[in-house]
Design a protein around this ligand. Structure first.
Ligand SMILES: Nc1ncnc2c1ncn2[C@@H]1O[C@H](COP(=O)(O)OP(=O)(O)OP(=O)(O)O)[C@@H](O)[C@H]1O
Ligand SMILES: [Mg+2]
Length: 325
């Protein structure tokens, strides 16, 4: 089978996730390449290790960069610390006022507080960067490469975390509002309220996009090995808890040649795991990708992977029925 439905016009956001080293980055880039034939596409790496530059053999970094040798494809590697600095600088006035009116901190404490790292802030900032891009609407498709499983899940749950922070901030404000109303008899909404309100709207928008499978899709990447299969099962269950229902799975590194005794033995070793994948994930569109003799680096190799991901006739590696060792 091949990946299906990604060309649908309404589908904007495609996120790749899975265990470490299973081929997320390679598949995300190959998918972005495929989509860029018909759609203006932005590839976004949220993995702090940023292997997109290595894989594309082109330096990218935290700025939108056109990919050499393509016409409609750009990429960016999100640096969460930098995204946070941009956010703080953009909203310094409101953030300072929020802390100033809701705590007993003096000016220096407030400045120090704004430099403190907050748990989960990296994923929140990465996700906010993605949503900001989607809202600007300069591209038709946004393809996201994530770091191994835990990171993707934290990324997905970042709207919830942001929502919790907003609630805490709103409670802090409530006391201030109560005092002001008690002393002056009335309370006028100010720029901090407007800021919190706009953050809340961002959270809602993120949740709406993630839970709408016509607008976004999460594609787990797996390999035919026990740990990867178990991790994929847990990932799918955790995604479902967040209201995200995946529909297709990439099974990478499938042995497709039994030409030598090493290959025969690898193929035989993978067979029960492939059967397990087909049974466990029987309702999913599973897309099998053969293991290539070379690493996937540069446009030529990525285009080869692209053809296996998207062209039905290429994408079914021969499946051994019996293996003679
Ligand atoms: N089908 C394949 N055949 C051969 N090599 C592959 C295949 N898929 C991926 N690779 C190679 O395996 C390595 C890991 O792939 P990739 O970086 O895409 O995985 P990842 O899941 O993004 O890893 P990480 O969790 O570290 O981000 C790379 O060297 C890549 O070139
Ligand atoms: Mg990667």
């Amino acid at each position: 089978m091949a990946l299906a439905g990604l060309e649908n016009k309404e589908l904007n956001l495609i996120i790749f996730g899975g265990k470490g080293g299973v081929g997320k980055t390679s598949c995300a880039i190959a998918t972005a390449l495929a989509l860029s034939h018909n759609y203006k596409t932005l590839l976004i790496s949220t993995d702090p290790a940023h292997s997109v530059s290595d894989c594309l053999e082109q330096q990218i970094g935290f700025k939108v960069t056109e990919i050499n040798g393509t016409t409609n494809l750009s990429a960016i590697e999100v640096v969460a610390d930098e995204a946070l600095l941009v956010f703080i600088n953009e909203h310094k006035k409101e953030l300072k006022k929020l802390l100033d009116t809701s705590t007993n901190l003096d000016d220096d404490d407030v400045d120090e507080m704004l430099t403190l790292s907050i748990p989960g802030i990296d994923e929140v900032m990465s996700f906010k960067t993605i949503i900001d891009f989607i809202e600007k609407g300069e591209y038709d498709k946004y393809v996201v490469d994530t770091a191994p499983t835990g990171h993707a899940l934290r990324l997905i749950s970042s709207p919830k975390l942001l929502d919790e922070w907003i609630k805490v901030a709103a409670r802090m404000r409530w006391k201030y509002r109560y005092m002001l109303t008690s002393f002056s008899g009335s309370y006028q909404q100010d720029d901090v309220d407007a800021f919190l309100f706009s953050l809340k709207k961002t959270v809602k928008r993120i949740e709406n996009i993630l839970r709408d499978n016509t607008k976004s899709e999460f594609i787990p990447v797996c390999i035919p090995e026990a740990m990867a299969i178990n991790e994929t099962g847990r990932l799918l269950a955790d995604l479902a808890k967040s209201g995200i229902i995946a529909q297709q799975i990439i099974v990478n590194n499938v042995m497709s040649s039994d030409g030598c005794s090493f290959c025969k033995s690898r193929m035989a070793g993978q067979l029960p795991y492939l059967q397990q994948i087909h049974e466990t994930f029987s309702t999913f569109n599973t897309v099998e990708i053969p293991v290539f003799p070379e690493e996937i680096k540069g446009l030529k190799a990525l285009n080869k992977l692209k053809s296996f991901l998207f062209e039905k006739e290429n994408s079914e590696p021969e499946k051994p029925k019996t293996i003679l060792l």
